[in-house]
Each structure stands twice: as structure tokens, then as C-alpha cells.
Ligand binder design. Sequence first.
Ligand SMILES: [Zn+2]
Length: 495
Amino acid sequence: MKDRRFILARTRLLVPLSDALGEDTRITDGYVLTDGSRIKEVGCYSPERGREIVAECGSELLVLGAEPKDSYSEEDIPMLDGVALPGFIKCHGHDHESPIIGISKDEPLVDWLDHTVNMFTGFMNTRREELTERFGKSPNLIPYLKARLDDIHYGITSCLVNHTSFNKYRIDDLVSANLASGSKMTIAVGSSDQNYDPRVMETIDQAVDRLEQAQKSFGETERVEIIPGPDQIFSNSPEMLSALKNWADRYGKLVHVHSSEEPDTTRWFAEEYGKTPIEMAASAGFLNSYTLLAHQCNSTDRDLEIIRESGATVVHNPLANTIIGDGMPPIIRMMEMGIPVVISTDGAGAADNQNIINAARLAAQYQKAYHRDATLLPSLTLLKMITVDAARALRLNAGRLEEGKDADFIILDLKPSNLVPSRADNIIENIIWAADGNEVQWMVANGLLLRDDYRAVRLDEKMIKKETQQLSELMIEFRDRTEEIVATGIRGEQN
Ligand SMILES: [Zn+2]
């Protein structure tokens, strides 16, 4: 079916997170109307307004949950038993990890990276020719498309993808997958020039040149933003960080890096260089309000002060941090200090899924238990950390349902038993505490329909799942017949 200019959704409940209406507004029998890639209006539904909309929009209207027609009448507009809310925004993830769930669990970060991520990206690189022939396309497209499917499954309409390690060379495939899926993507292009496997290291000139090329090729591409994403502070010299930040500043762009994630590496770094990773990044001029720090689990008091003064945002990834045993960042203290904190999933390999509702819930459960304080991180705050605040962090015109914002919204099905009873007074709480994340029944992003009654409409879901399964089986075969790829150079020194 051809895309239509207007999309109308009428739902039993609506949570707009709107500035104008008040962030805690919960509408009963509400509607969202999009016009092209923007939201036209949001409010309480009335049959009268319904009649006007079908008359005004004519054959360019698509009504969610109704049989597509060239001309709807008001009676055709169903009230969906769901809740409409802004699409979720993920500020830290790795699309290349989508096929590597459930591998090398119960291992610390550095071992897991070598046994899972580097093994997989190495396999994709060294077997590229063979895999291209077998699948009849660039094999990297398979994980990238699977990642788009996963995001759609969990209601994520915008994401930041950090493109690291061997994988950083396939930006074109990542862009293709994003265009095919209809989502919005910030691509943080990876780099490393120290403490890493020589096969993935490069010079500063090479890293900057690759960014420049990516910007030239995709700077104007719709729904794509190219930014520097040095893999880790430990794997990038201060000169590299400085050059990448200068490049970003020239274009007014964000920068993104993994920072102080795991305790051993963070400790080792401070001993080796006489500075914490944050002190090093600050001395390289890498930190300001355009900087996104993924993790920051292990901070000194001085680190937190430096981050606060810089205005940088911390991206908290509780699923990955707890599974890998990194520790959890002191987000309550950070937020009290005024450091912007958002919640994300990290890649599917570390988190084993992209369930961003679950990530928000875990963040709250941990902090409430740790501080023995149930009042911390109420549901509305958590919901904002994966919508409104995340949009601000990625500089997106999204995260709220109000006129002029990007037409990004999802409808969670309220029929599953776990979400009964849902009412206006408990809906925000239910989204965080009772939803299991699988209830995304409809998704609209940038005014395009991405999910229609649980069906991905722009992607070949069956093919993507089949190829991902095949690719993962080949990769496991490869693992059993090859030597380990150690791309995190500090592992030997730690042991
Ligand atoms: Zn990560």
C-alpha cells in the first residue's frame, strides 16, 4: 500500500508527554493526527472532529485499525483498545550485535567483547566474500536489518548506533537498513588508535577522513545523522579524541563514547595514565554539552564534578551493566547534581534484547532498592528518560506528542492480561511496571507506518529472521574452528 500523507489514530488512552498540555496529562479517548513527517494535532476525540478530519484529509488519510479506504466516514474510525505515546528513543546501541544474543554470558566485559562482539565482527570481516556469495548481498545488512526489526518490536522510533570495531567500515549498509525500516538513526562512527587489536586501529587522519567521507555520502540523507563515536576512552589517544571533537564542533554535531564502563579497565587506565578516563577526556577538550557518555559506571567524585561542569549527558544502560557486572552508575546523585541522565539498552549482545521499558524498570528497581527509597524515579520520570530527555540528548524534534513534533508514536495494546486493568490514572505507571515490552501493536515514525497490528510493514520479517538464524549458526561454526580474536588489547595486561 502506498504511504499516505495523513495518519489518524484514535485510542482509549493517550499519554502525550506534552509541554503545552502538561507532562502528566493522560487523555481518555484521544487521537493523534499526523501530516507528512510531523504531528498535526493531538487531543480528545469527538465524532464532530472525526467527521471534519475525514472530510479534510480525503483519500490521503490512513486510519489505524480500519480497513484502508479511499474515503472513510466517521463510523469507520475505531477506538483502539490501546495507549498512544511518543516512540521510544535509544541513545546507545550497536546494531551489529543483533545476532549475538546469549553468547559468552557470565563473563566480564573485556572477555565478553573478545568472545562475542569481536569474534562476530571479525567473522563478518574475514568471511565477507564467502558470506556475500551465500546470501547474495552484503552480510552486514543481515544484523542491521534484524536490529531495525528488534527496535520496531520494542517501540523504538529513533536510535543512536555506535559503529565500532571491525564493523565501522559498513556505514553504507547501516544507512540502507535504516532507510528500509523507516526509523531515525544517529550513527556514531567508531575509531581506536591505542590498546586495541592492530587490525582495527588506525591513525587520526584515517579516522577523521572516514568521518568526512561518511558526512559527504550521508550528511544529506533523510533520517540519518553522522557523528564521531570513538569506541572507548581507553582505546583513543587524547590527540584522537581532540581531533574528533574538533571535527564535530565544526559541524555542530554530538560526540559519543563508552566511558568508565567496567571497574578493572577503569582502574587500569588510571594507573597507566595517571588520570581517570574522564580526566583524560576533559584534558583533550572532549567534554561539553554535545558529549554523550555511555555507561559511566565507575566514577570518582572529581569525575562527577567534571561531567557536571561540562554539561555532558550520561547514557545509563542498566541491562548491560548488570549482566556484565560493570556496577551501576550513581544516577540519583548525578541527577541531583544536575547531570542529564537518559536510559538506554546498549547493544543486543550485552543486553540480550532491546526492551527499553525493561531497561527503565530495572534502573528504577536498582536505585529504589539500593537507596531503600521507594520515592526515587517515579514512572513519569522514567518514561521521560526514554522519550523527552532522550530526544533532547540526541537533539531530535521528537519525544512528545504535540503539533510540529516529528510524527513518531506507538500504540501499546491494552488487551493482554498483564495490562488489565488500565485506566487514565494508572496508565503511565502500567507502562513502566506492568508492560512486558511486547505490546507494541502499531508504530508510526516520521509519518510512516512501520508496524500495523503487530506486523512489520516495511521489512521482510520472515526473511530477516531466517537469515539471522543462518548467519548465527555459521558464526558459531567459525568460533569452534578459529583462534580467539583479541581486540581489547589491555586484557593481557590485566590478567
Ligand atoms: Zn555499548
